[in-house]
Design a binder for this molecule. Structure first.
Ligand SMILES: Nc1ncnc2c1ncn2[C@@H]1O[C@H](COP(=O)(O)OP(=O)(O)OP(=O)(O)O)[C@@H](O)[C@H]1O
Ligand SMILES: [Mg+2]
Length: 380
C-alpha cells in the first residue's frame, strides 16, 4: 500500500499482514466507521488516508508538546546511534497514533513492522516476529492493550533486555531456550490507556498522550489535505469543515472528501463556506461533529436520567456499550466540548447538552447560573 510495506518486506515472513492489521475487530458494537463522523477508520478511509498521511515530523500538525518531546527523543537517539526508548502513544481514535509510529521509523531511517494486539494470538507468533527484527527496527503494535497475556509477558523481557525465552516442547520435558534479540524500539498505540497493565506501561520510556486538535489546527490539516488531493478549498470552507470534525483529523479528512464530491457534482468544484455548509447538511453531520455514540450518551443522560448525575456503568449499559469505550473514546470529546461533566456523583449533562439536543435545560442544570452539582455535590 505504501512505503512502510516496502520497507518491511525485506524481512520475509510477515506475521502481520495488512489485512490482518486492518481487519482486527473493533470492540465498538457495530458503529465503527459506519457513519461520516465516526472517529474509527472505515469505508474508504484506509486508502484515502495513506495519501494524505504526514510522513515526517515537520509535516505533522498540532500536538506541539508531543512533537517537541519526540523530536528530542529521536535526535538524542540518532546522536548516540542507539535505538530510542520504547514509545507509547495513547489517545482517542483518529488523532495520529499510527501516523506518528510511521514517522518515528522514517525519522530514524529504520525498518518498520506493523502488527496489532488482537493479531498476536500466541506468544510464539510474537517470538517469531521479535527474532526477525533487524538492529534498530521499529515494531509498531496497535491496540496493544488487547494483546493476550502470555504474549504480553514475553514482551516484557524483550523490551527490557532484548531477550526472549522460547519454550520448546510440552509438559515436563519442555525447555526454555533464551534467544538474544537485536535492539529495537517498540511503539505501542492504545485508545484505552486505562486497560494497559502496570508492568506494560512501566516498560515504556516515553508516553505521549494525544489530545483533540483545535479548530485552527484542523484547518491546517484540511488545507494540507486539500492541496495534496487537488481540491479547491477556501479558508472559510476549511473553517466550516473543521468546526464539525470533533477535534479529529481523520474526521476532518473524511468530511473533506464528502464535501469535495458535493462541490464537484453540484457546485462547480470550489469548496466555499456555503458549499461546505450545504454538503454537510446533505450528509446529516452534527453541527458539533458528534457521532452516534456521543449523541446516544447525551440522549440517555438527558432522557433517561434527567440530566444526571449517573454512574459510568449505568450510563454505558443504557447505550449498550462497554464502560471503558464510553469513558475513553466518547467522553473526552464531550467533556472538551462542554457538553458533559464528570462530577464526584457521576456524569452530568450540561445546559449546553440540553440545548444541543433541542431541549430546554431545567433550572439548575450544570453550566447554568445557580447550578446544583458543582456547588453542592462536589464534596460527596
Ligand atoms: N497531526 C496530523 N497532521 C495531519 N494529518 C493528520 C495528523 N494526525 C492524523 N492525521 C490524519 O488522520 C488520519 C488518521 O490518523 P491515524 O491513522 O494516525 O490515527 P490513529 O490515532 O492511529 O487512529 P486509530 O486509533 O483508529 O488507529 C491519518 O491518515 C492522517 O491523514
Ligand atoms: Mg491507528
Amino acid at each position: 500500500m505504501n512505503d512502510h510495506e516496502a520497507r518491511s518486506s525485506r524481512f520475509g515472513d510477515p506475521v502481520p499482514t495488512r489485512a490482518g492489521f486492518d481487519a482486527a475487530p473493533r470492540n465498538t458494537a457495530g458503529y465503527a466507521g459506519s457513519e461520516v463522523v465516526s472517529a474509527y477508520a472505515g469505508g474508504d478511509d484506509h486508502e484515502a488516508e495513506a495519501s494524505v498521511r504526514p510522513r515526517r515530523l515537520a509535516e505533522f500538525i498540532g500536538q506541539q508538546r508531543v512533537r517537541e518531546q519526540l523530536e528530542l527523543l529521536l535526535a538524542g537517539a540518532r546522536r548516540r546511534g542507539t535505538p530510542p526508548d520504547h514509545i507509547l502513544l495513547a489517545g482517542p481514535p483518529g488523532l495520529g497514533k499510527t501516523t506518528l509510529a510511521m514517522i518515528v521509523a522514517a525519522e530514524l531511517g529504520a525498518g518498520l513492522r506493523l502488527t496489532s494486539g488482537p493479531a498476536i494470538e500466541r506468544s510464539g507468533d510474537l517470538a517469531a516476529l521479535l527474532t526477525s527484527l533487524g538492529r534498530g527496527d521499529v515494531l509498531f503494535i496497535d491496540e496493544i492493550h488487547r494483546m493476550a497475556r502470555p504474549a504480553e509477558e514475553l514482551l516484557y523481557s524483550a523490551m527490557e533486555d532484548f531477550r526472549v525465552d522460547v519454550v520448546v516442547g510440552k509438559g515436563p520435558g519442555a525447555t526454555a531456550i533464551p534467544l538474544e534479540l537485536e535492539p529495537f524500539t517498540l511503539v505501542g498505540a492504545t485508545t484505552r490507556s486505562g486497560l494497559l497493565t502496570g508492568p506494560m506501561r512501566d516498560r515504556f520510556g516515553f508516553v505521549a498522550h494525544l489530545d483533540f486538535y483545535t479548530p485552527e489546527e484542523l484547518e491546517q490539516v484540511l488545507a494540507r489535505s486539500a492541496r495534496i488531493m487537488g481540491v479547491a478549498l477556501t479558508p472559510e470552507g476549511g473553517a466550516e469543515i473543521a468546526s464539525r470534525s470533533r477535534g479529529t483529523p481523520r474526521i476532518a479528512n473524511r468530511l473533506l472528501r464528502r464535501v469535495r464530491d458535493y462541490a464537484e457534482v453540484r457546485a462547480g468544484g470550489v469548496v466555499t463556506r456555503e458549499v461546505a455548509h450545504a454538503a454537510l447538511a446533505v450528509y446529516d453531520v452534527d453541527p458539533l461533529g458528534l457521532d452516534r455514540l456521543d449523541r446516544a450518551v447525551l440522549g440517555a443522560l438527558v432522557n433517561s436520567f434527567g440530566g444526571g448525575p449517573v454512574g459510568l456503568t449505568t450510563l454505558a449499559v443504557a447505550v449498550g456499550e462497554q464502560p471503558d469505550t464510553v469513558e475513553e473514546v466518547c467522553e473526552p470529546y464531550l467533556v472538551r466540548a462542554g457538553l458533559l461533566a464528570r462530577t464526584p456523583r457521576g456524569r452530568v449533562a450540561t445546559a449546553a447538552a440540553w440545548r444541543h439536543l433541542g431541549l430546554t435545560p431545567p433550572p439548575g442544570a450544570f453550566g447554568t447560573q445557580g447550578e446544583l452539582f458543582e456547588a453542592t455535590e462536589s464534596g460527596g
